[in-house]
Write a protein that binds this ligand. Sequence first.
Ligand code: BEZ
Ligand code: FE
Length: 283
Amino acid sequence: MHGYFSEEKSVDTVNARMGRNIEPRIAEVMASLVKHLHAFARDVSLTQAEWELAIDFLTRTGQLCHDERQEFILLSDTLGFSMLVDAINNRRPAGATENTVFGPFHVAGAPIRQMGDTISLDGKGESCLFVGRVVDLDGRPVEGARIDVWSDNADGYYDVQQPDIQPKWNNRGIFITGPDGSYRFIGIKPVSYPIPDDGPVGQMLASLGRHPYRPAHTHYLVTAEGYQKLVTHTFVGDDAYLGSDTVFGVKSSLVAPFEKAGDGETIWRSHFDFVLARLDQTR
Ligand code: BEZ
Ligand code: FE
């Protein structure tokens, strides 16, 4: 019995209020959350005005959320929290392609396309042939892997951000590998772009002296039966924002080559192999 609240015993007092027969994981997570939250307020001697500012910030963050805008996930992304949770949950053996942040612009149900097809439907940007293989950790091809790809257009916007300007499914498609695990499609060399910065998260970044840009990247969701789901990007190596991605998504293993194709079909060629870990291959 801890009785009334006191500054010194605040954590114990709050956590002792939990019921006895609650779900153990809820008890564990909430007790730790209360502990760290109280430690944070103590650490910075949080003022009443700062507490009010935080409440207003979180209120406006929530008010901006709707089906097409998730300001809370953006907040998590820009605080590096999304990448931390992703890292904790995707510990893979060396050699497996690494995960990175999913982002808000994936749309389920993209058209399944044939190998060699073009995903860039607006005719903008510098064309690029994307090629490679989906393999396992022993280098064996993965047949039937589903490669769901999406990227911004040459103006730095996803189709869903410009539904009246871009064709539906612009720079999106799903490719399914055959027995040799290879893939091949034509898209564009992506460009860097700012994350939506007209809300509270943009204000937070500005107040921290941070820019809102992501380095140029192409998104992939690669799935195959018996293998861990891979959520990743490939990055363009010479991008000015590679070292300061506003959502901390860059990993050196994901920087892909973009070379002049020199064959007249496309301007660029980018080769990248996706290495999938089996469900039981963790570290
Ligand atoms: C993206 O790459 O699409 C993205 C990721 C995190 C926040 C905003 C955008
Ligand atoms: Fe993106």
